[in-house]
Design a protein around this ligand. Structure first.
Ligand code: ATP
Length: 239
């Protein structure tokens, strides 16, 4: 179980951005984290993946625990070894390396595991196999997004964190991303999905949280969030 408990985060020693946030991702579950720009979603992901300090942020209260062990003090590489991986933004793939080289770099795992992981990623993304020797910089935007997800999967995560995977994608590609997330989850990986696209996120999530200025204001099964007209209108902007 991945748990964030009563987490408080401060940037630059003074700016309080998370004010006691609690979020739980059960093993193999899908959890949606929603909220307007600036609510603190990315900050929460940074706290889970050990990336706060590079942004001058700090956990001042609460904890992130994995199977009841505190992990928020660990470095990103140590978290990856424990099974917590974040999908990097697509523009952070290595443009001058091939698709396969990018994937191999993602495999923080023993050499004997690389081949089965590659096969698994190619199974999920046949287009990456077709382009395995192509320079990543020449892929389309959608393909680069798939490569970014594939790279995170090379480390065999137990929990995968995604920060707005549908951002800027055409509706057809959003649907594709949705199907990919469901396929990854079906293999047993727990997912924490940060999205502006509430409809997409809640259609695959079991549970949803809505953040507002650093606090959880809603914490409910996804189906309940979607079914409530007031919530749809006031919190999700779905009218
Ligand atoms: P978005 O969808 O715009 O990314 P978000 O919900 O992910 O929004 P955060 O990016 O976590 O929100 O930002 C929460 C608040 O923290 C914002 O007010 C933002 O300006 C501030 N913030 C984010 N990063 C830093 C930083 N490195 N230093 C100072 N303040 C920051």
């Amino acid at each position: 179980m991945l748990r964030v408990r009563n987490l408080e985060v401060v940037y630059d020693d003074v700016m309080l951005v998370l004010r006691g946030v609690s979020v739980t991702v059960p093993p193999g579950g899908v959890v949606a984290l929603l909220g307007a720009n600036g609510a603190g979603k990315t900050t929460l992901l940074r706290a889970i993946t050990g990336l706060l300090d590079v942004h001058d942020g700090e956990v001042t209260k609460g904890a992130v625990t994995l199977d009841d062990e505190p992990v928020h003090h660990l470095r990103p590489a140590a978290l990856v070894r424990r099974g917590i991986c974040q999908v990097m933004e697509a523009r952070r793939i290595f443009a001058e390396l091939t698709v396969e080289e990018n994937l191999r770099i993602g495999g923080h795992t023993s050499p004997s595991r690389i081949k089965p992981r590659l096969d698994d990623v190619f199974d999920l993304f046949p287009v990456l196999e077709q382009r395995r020797r192509r320079t990543a910089g020449y892929l389309s935007g959608g393909e680069q997004q798939m490569l970014a997800i594939g790279r995170a999967l090379m480390a065999e995560p137990r929990y995968l964190l995604l920060d707005e995977p549908s951002l800027g994608l055409a509706p057809r590609l959003v649907e594709q991303v949705r199907e990919i997330i469901m396929a990854i989850n079906k293999r047993g990986t727990g997912i924490l999905l940060v999205e502006q696209n509430a409809t997409m996120a809640l259609s695959i999530a079991g549970h949803g949280y809505v953040l507002e200025t650093g606090r959880v204001v809603l914490d409910k099964p996804a189906a309940q969030l979607l079914a409530d007209d007031d919530i749809r209108e006031f919190y999700l902007g779905l009218g």
